[in-house]
Every structure is written in C-alpha cells, then in structure tokens.
Design a protein around this ligand. Structure first.
Ligand code: NAD
Ligand code: TDX
Length: 350
C-alpha cells in the first residue's frame, strides 16, 4: 500500500502526473498539496477530482506545520515533488519568490520527510522533479549529461539547482532515499499561456502579435508532457535510489522555426490562408541572460529503464493545438484577472 504526496499537482506537469498516478494505480492513495498560485488550477483535474483514491489539500509547501501534519495524518510512503515557481521571466522580476518556494519549500518537504520517516527508509522515496536549466547554456554542439557540472544562469534555474543540491545533501547526509530527474522543455494541454507555445497559440487565436525574444535563434528541446509523466512513473518505480535521470526527446527547435511550424498548423486548422499567422511574428527585446541552447542526452534512461518518447513533435504539437481550440473556457479563464496585468507589464516595455 502506497500513500503518495504530490506537490504542485494543480499545475501543468503536476496535473498530468496526478491524473496518471490516480488512474493507473487505484490501489495508491494520492494527496495533492498545492497553494493554487496563479499557475495552479483545479479545473486541470476535473476528471479525477471525485476519484476515491484522491484528496486535494490547499496549502503552501513552505508551511512546515501543515506539511508535518499531513505526514502525520497520511503516513506518506512517497513524495513526488512538482511544486515550484516555474517561469524564467517572473524569476527576473521577483527572484525571492523563487528562493522561497523552490529552495525553502523543497527543504521544508525534505526535513518533514526525514523527521516523519525517523530513519526507517524501507519502501520510502522522495522524488524531486527538476529541469535541464540547472546545467546552464550550451553552444552549437554538445548535450547535457547527468554528470554535467551545474551552471545555472537565471534566478529560476539557480533556485532549481539549489533545490537539487538540498535533495542530494539529504541523501548523502541523512540517507534519505531520493531520486531526481532533470527534464527538457515540456509542452501540451493545461500549459499556462505565459510560456512560449501556449502564449503563441492564444495570441494566434486572438490575432495578437507573437513576441519573439532577440533573433529567435535560441534552441529548446521539447517533450510532450505525457511522455514526461510516463518517464517519472518509470523512474519512480524502477529507478535506482540516489540516482539522477535526464529526460528529453532529442527534439531541438529554434524558437523561430517552432513558431513558424505552429503558425503553419494553426492556419490549416483555422481555415486561414497559409502565411496569415506568420505575419503576427514580432521581434522584441531579448530576455536578460537568455540561455542559448538546451539539449538533453537521455541515453541513461533509455538504456537502463527502456524509456522512449511516444510522440513526434509535429504530432504532439497538433494534439496540443487541438486541445486549446477545444477548450476555450479553460483558456479564457486563466488569461483573465491577474494574468492580464502580468501580460501588460511584461510585454508593453519590450
Ligand atoms: P507550473 O508553474 O505550471 O505549476 C506549479 C504548481 O505549483 C502550481 O499548481 C502552483 O500552484 C504550485 N505551487 C507554486 N508554489 C507553491 C507553493 N509555495 N506551495 C504549494 N504549491 C505551490 O509548473 P510546471 O511547468 O508544471 O512545472 C512543474 C515542475 O516541473 C517544476 O518543479 C519545474 O521546475 C519542473 N519542470 C518544468 C518544465 C517545463 O517545461 N514546464 C521542464 C522541466 C522541469
Ligand atoms: O514571449 C516569449 N517569447 C520568446 O521568444 C516567451 C514567453 C518565450 N520566448 C523564448 C524564450 C525561450 O528561449 O522561448 C523559449 C521558451 O521560453 P519559455 O516557454 O519561457 O521556457 P524556458 O525559458 O525555456 O523554460 C521552460 O523550460 C524549462 C520552463 O518554463 C521551465 O519551467 C522549465 O524548467
């Protein structure tokens, strides 16, 4: 019998992961702890909210008393730690929010797990979900490997790198059973429209400019979010304690090529003449400290655990666009309110 604490389960990746664990493992009890920040949205989990093995708790991972109380009440055997401040641009304007949630929050969870498990680590696991951005920025060649030296360059990636270090420190110092995975850029349904792909889909729908930072030559390595969730499931159950696994699909795109492919697919789906959406592309001031290229080498995950991504990018992008076109209420809900003010502030000065 497993009882698993998922943090950040109402966010983008967390909601896919929660859905996967709740439906695939009906014998597990899943508790989702989420503060419901601007990025958390319970409508991401509508289809499973009444599942008998699922409980939602609204709360903050930096709240030690709450986290301790949840460990005492539910006797968690595992933690899937997804909660984070996750947007690089927001980390440039408000770095301390990232230190608070990503560093303090992760450390709070680690300490609560250590105290609750009281040295009996049999069948226990603290799984930390992290990013490839901790490795820094690549030039034209090369890949990030599990043993690539950390070189974070944004407040976001510095806070994620710090959280990874704390997770490893608890493994080495206290023997806490941990696993870490570092994944490349995700895309798919329920992605908050402050990130490149959903922001651009939303702007094409609304005939608004598509802001491309700098020359659009920066490269990201994109993975469909359900493939990320599948990899986490595999590592959670089959990976080795204390190990790190890189997750990525060898799928590198310059931002400009990606946006052109998105425009091409959206014109076709919306019945517009080819080339219509591309006219919305607008080059804007570059992101400060903009990392040039990310590229993951996921050989370890493939060779040791047999993982492969299931979707080609064009197919995954098509599924993603269809989801946004079929869920206008979700999109309209999240782009109203606070997000409208953020968007105005972020882009009017570019
Ligand atoms: P997200 O911003 O969509 O969701 C984050 C969730 O965490 C939200 O539901 C939010 O309400 C919750 N949260 C934030 N602060 C909290 C706090 N203090 N206490 C409790 N809950 C809090 O993020 P995402 O894109 O789904 O990313 C999830 C994890 O995966 C993060 O750790 C991120 O670093 C990592 N990651 C993301 C990507 C990506 O491309 N999105 C890639 C690799 C790794
Ligand atoms: O309006 C935009 N215009 C633009 O050109 C935005 C929002 C982004 N960009 C560029 C910046 C990046 O080169 O597109 C690329 C992707 O940007 P984001 O979607 O903000 O993602 P990124 O900065 O690469 O970070 C993401 O991947 C790793 C996630 O947000 C992180 O949470 C994850 O860890």
């Amino acid at each position: 019998m497993q009882t698993i604490l998922i943090t950040g389960g109402a966010g983008f990746i967390g909601s896919h992961l929660t859905r996967l664990f709740v439906t695939k493992y009906p014998q597990y009890k899943i508790v989702n702890l989420d503060a419901l920040t601007y990025a958390g949205n319970l409508s991401n989990l509508k289809d499973i909210e009444d599942a008998p093995n699922y409980t939602f708790v609204k709360g903050d991972i930096t709240d030690m008393a709450l986290v301790q109380q949840l460990f005492a009440e539910h006797q968690f055997t595992g933690v899937l730690h997804c909660a984070a401040e996750s947007h690089v641009d927001r980390s440039i304007t408000d770095p301390l929010a990232f230190v608070r949630t990503n560093v303090m929050g992760t450390s709070t969870l680690l300490l609560a797990a250590k105290e609750s498990w009281k040295g009996d680590f049999t069948n226990k696991l603290f799984y930390h979900i992290s990013t490839d951005e901790v490795y820094g920025s690549l030039g034209e060649t090369g890949f990030f490997y599990e043993n690539t030296a950390y070189d974070p360059r944004s407040p976001y990636s510095a806070s994620k790198a710090s959280s990874d270090h704390f997770v490893r420190a608890f493994y080495h110092t206290y023997g806490l059973p941990i696993k870490i995975s570092n994944c490349s850029n995700n895309y798919g349904p329920y992605h908050f429209p402050e990130k490149l792909i959903p922001l651009s889909i939303n702007n094409i729908i609304n005939n608004k400019p598509l802001p491309i930072y700098g020359k659009g030559e920066n490269i990201r390595d994109w993975l469909f979010v359900e493939d990320h969730a599948g990899a986490i499931d595999l590592i959670y159950h089959k990976g080795i304690i204390g190990e790190t696994y890189n997750i990525g699909g060898h799928n590198e795109w310059t931002n400009i090529d990606l946006i052109k492919e998105l425009c091409r697919q959206m014109d076709a789906k919306l019945g517009k003449p080819a080339g219509t959406s591309e006219k919305l592309i607008t080059y804007v001031t570059d992101r400060a400290g903009h990392d040039m290229r990310y590229a993951i080498d996921a050989t370890k995950l493939k060779e040791e655990l047999g993982w492969m991504p299931s979707l080609q990018f064009e197919e995954g992008l098509s599924k993603t666009i269809d989801w946004y076109l079929n869920n206008p209420e979700w999109l309209n809900n999240v782009v109203s309110g606070n997000y409208a003010a953020y968007y105005e502030d972020q882009y009017h000065k570019r």
